[in-house]
Design a protein around this ligand. Structure first.
Ligand code: HEC
Length: 172
């Protein structure tokens, strides 16, 4: 296409301009999508390891609270509180705490992540999605106060934790 002169004498090569806009949009989308899937990257390697270890321990605390409620005295409020903590963490895009330079190193302690977590391009995303699904469902079921359903969902959520640990967490 010929450049079209405009009254001000600028060259308006429409295709060229559109190409530039497209490139910009594609680049912006790529950045946008990455940050949507992964969250924002902040922190040094040892911070990222410490934060993820903290997040897992906080989920373990909350799982322990739900377990105590389904096996012992049930309090609807306590299960909701614990499920909401898990909900916040599973929706926090903590995948951002797994930058490649965090494959080894120390947070609160030496990381237990296996190298496979970084080599495998598919499974970590899948197991993380599984956690997201069951964690969101857990909060919904907790809000109903239906103890039988809470027990079932608690089991599914525990399986979602285990699915990842079996593959990607080193034994101690
Ligand atoms: C996507 C994978 C994945 C999922 C899902 C997952 N974990 Fe983990 N978990 C890990 C990895 C990897 C580590 C080791 C982290 C490290 O040391 O850097 C870990 C570590 C832990 C630790 C020990 C931390 C330490 O200091 O040794 C606990 C406790 C834990 N997870 C609990 C949970 C609970 C509870 C759930 C489910 C609600 C869960 N995890 C879901 C991957 C996962």
């Amino acid at each position: 296409m010929y450049p079209m002169p405009d009254p001000a004498g600028r060259s308006l090569d429409r295709k060229g301009v559109l190409d530039e806009i497209n490139k910009f949009v594609v680049a912006a989308l790529a950045i946008g999508l990455t940050s949507t899937a992964m969250g924002q990257v902040i922190g040094k390697a040892e911070d990222q390891i410490r934060w993820r270890q903290s997040a897992y321990h906080t989920m373990a605390w909350s799982m322990g609270r739900i377990k105590a409620n389904v096996e012992g005295t049930y309090s609807k409020d306590q299960v909701i509180e614990a499920a909401n903590v898990i909900l916040a963490i599973v929706n926090s895009k903590m995948g951002a705490l797994y930058q490649p330079n965090t494959n080894t190193g120390k947070g609160w302690k030496e990381t237990r992540v296996k190298p496979e977590f970084f080599a495998d391009r598919e499974t970590p995303g899948k197991v993380a999605q599984g956690l997201g699904k069951e964690g969101n469902e857990m909060a919904k079921v907790a809000a109903t106060g239906d103890l039988a359903a809470i027990k079932v969902q608690f089991g599914k959520l525990g399986e979602a934790c285990k699915a990842c640990h079996d593959k990607f967490r080193k034994e101690e």
